[in-house]
Ligand binder design. Structure first.
Ligand code: MCA
Ligand code: AMP
Length: 471
């Protein structure tokens, strides 16, 4: 099967039913099908063929959905770029993916054909172009740093997305009667793989938001009355600020809240249960693997754990009942784009090495215990300290730098930079340059000057010996 064939359950089977709400407008599944057929015909007219890449640097909007669906209808590879990325981060992805064109709403580096959203409104036929694709066709390249610091494109196939969606529909009992409020960005697997694919596979009504705004989140729930919500822990922490009566009203209409992308503190789960009357279901995923483990829908949703393997997923821990999580299954990506060595290194005897550490309880529940690498997760966005350290070391006022994650109530962790200054240093200018050149979540939230970085005899920085930052 390929993705359009799965989506036809909705495109054809629910053609006249409301599918999507965005900025107050409602579109049927038939509208969504036809809009994406038009964009597919436009791509064909511009010379796209199966295997070509299309980079998309857009916030959540109708067009990003049209573009994704047009790509999967043609076998063109969709390459989403985080809208918070700045020039150097975008340049890396463009140079690596070598797209035939870029659709962007912001500034992008020169050298590529750039289309704006308006360019997609050309008058072309709305019939679906006849293309035959099998399930192994790549659907998307999603950039992730994996277990090392270099951002690589994980090749996700039609079968990967199919396996993920079918498994979530079954295990979380998602049906056409659900209503999903989706504020997650569609440039990551959480929003794209879980949100968009469950929507089209199940055929429910979805309200897409441009982004999650904590000031208006409760009002969105009250207005749309969803039954289903997928979020990162930072969103649940924000929702704890909802007045009690509103929280009860939201809770009364909801069926299921799911959390993932970063650890959900057990305390947040408890406070949320008290306020909304729901136990959040926590699951564990990764760009390269989509969803791996999930707490049960029926049965105990155990705080602090990520539950058990989803259908088809095999799991091993490197030391038996503890150690690195190793995975196999139909959800596993087809490798890193044009990086054979990195792909080989990511597997051991056919098992994908996640870099996450876990323990298995006697009754089969898994608990994540951290990562082998020093990855920082802030608000569900990943930060590789090495990338920020390299950027800081390119700055004239920095001789040496080490970036660590410190706990933060809302975002889980935030990055803090320790640095050895080179001569007189204007810290405010350094901070401003970081904010300008790096995605906002990567810019260190605090700078701590030190005389030297603690190092081992071999010269490796010992981050655990750095002084705690001032509160
Ligand atoms: C955050 N900002 C954004 C967006 N999100 N700007 C534009 N579009 C967005 N979608 C910026 C804000 O401008 C601000 O920048 C800073 O981030 C924090 O914003 P704030 O309003 O204070 O938000 P918050 O209440 O702290 O919440 C942040 C958030 C965001 C909405 C929870 O972190 C978020 O959307 N996270 C989702 C990440 C995600 O989808 N991860 C999945 C990847 P400034 O600081 O300059 O003011 S992991 C994955 O896919 C795997 C498979 C998995 O397991 O799921
Ligand atoms: P990404 O590289 O953006 O796909 O992020 C994947 C990483 O997010 C995983 O390797 C985990 O470290 C982390 N992650 C995802 N879900 C959870 C969870 N429920 N609890 C803890 N960490 C998680």
């Amino acid at each position: 099967m390929n993705l359009p064939q799965l989506f036809d359950l909705s495109f054809i089977g629910r053609r006249d039913q409301p599918a999507l709400e965005f900025h107050g407008k409602v579109f049927t599944f038939g509208d969504i099908d036809e809009r994406s057929n038009r964009v597919a015909n436009l791509l064909l007219a511009r010379g796209f063929t199966a295997g070509d890449r299309l980079c998309v640097y857009l916030p959540n909007c109708l067009e990003i959905i049209d573009l994704y669906l047009a790509c999967v209808k043609l076998g063109v590879v969709f390459v989403p770029i985080n809208i918070l990325y700045r020039e150097r981060e975008i340049t890396h992805i463009l140079n690596d993916a070598e797209p035939k064109a870029v659709v962007a709403s912001g500034e992008t580096p020169p050298g590529y054909e750039v289309w704006r959203r308006e360019d997609l409104a050309a008058s072309v036929p709305s019939s679906r172009p006849p293309v035959t694709l099998d399930g192994d066709t790549p659907a998307a390249l999603v950039y992730t740093s994996g277990t090392t610091g270099v951002s690589k494109g994980a090749i996700l196939t039609h079968n990967n997305f199919l396996a993920n969606a079918v498994s979530l529909l079954t295990c979380w009992q998602i049906t056409a009667q659900d209503r999903l409020l989706l504020p997650l960005p569609l440039f990551h697997v959480h929003g794209l793989g879980n949100g968009l694919h469950c929507w089209l596979a199940a055929g429910f009504h979805m309200r897409l938001l441009e982004r999650f705004e904590h000031q208006t989140a409760a009002a969105q729930f009250l207005d749309f009355q969803p039954t289903l919500f997928f979020g990162v822990p930072a969103m649940y922490v924000r929702l704890l600020g909802t007045p009690e009566a509103e929280a009860r009203e939201i809770g009364n209409r909801m069926r299921l809240f799911v959390s993932g992308s970063a650890p959900l503190p057990a305390q947040v789960l408890e406070e949320f249960r008290a306020r909304f009357g729901h136990t959040i279901l926590e699951r564990y995923g990764m760009t390269e693997t989509m969803m791996n483990l999930s707490n049960p829908y029926i049965g105990e949703r155990r705080p602090g754990t990520v539950g058990m393997p989803l259908p088809g997923v095999s799991i091993r821990l490197s030391n038996g009942d503890s150690g690195e999580v190793l995975l196999k299954g139909p959800n596993l990506f087809a490798g890193y784009w044009r990086r054979e060595q990195a792909t080989r290194d990511a597997f051991s005897d056919g098992w994908f090495r996640t870099g996450d550490l876990a323990v298995r309880g006697a009754d089969g529940y898994y608990t994540l215990q951290g990562r082998k690498s020093d990855l920082i997760i802030s608000g569900g966005f990943n930060i590789y300290p090495r990338e920020i350290e390299e950027f800081l070391m390119e700055q004239p006022e920095v001789a040496e730098a080490a970036v660590v994650g410190v706990p933060d109530r809302v975002r889980g962790e935030i990055p803090v930079a320790y640095f050895v200054p080179r001569g007189a240093c204007d810290e405010a200018a350094l901070a401003a340059r970081c904010r300008e050149k790096l995605a906002s979540f990567k810019a260190p939230k605090q700078f701590v000057k030190v005389e030297a970085l603690p190092r081992t005899a071999l010269g490796k920085v010992q981050k655990h010996l750095l002084p705690p930052p001032e509160q």
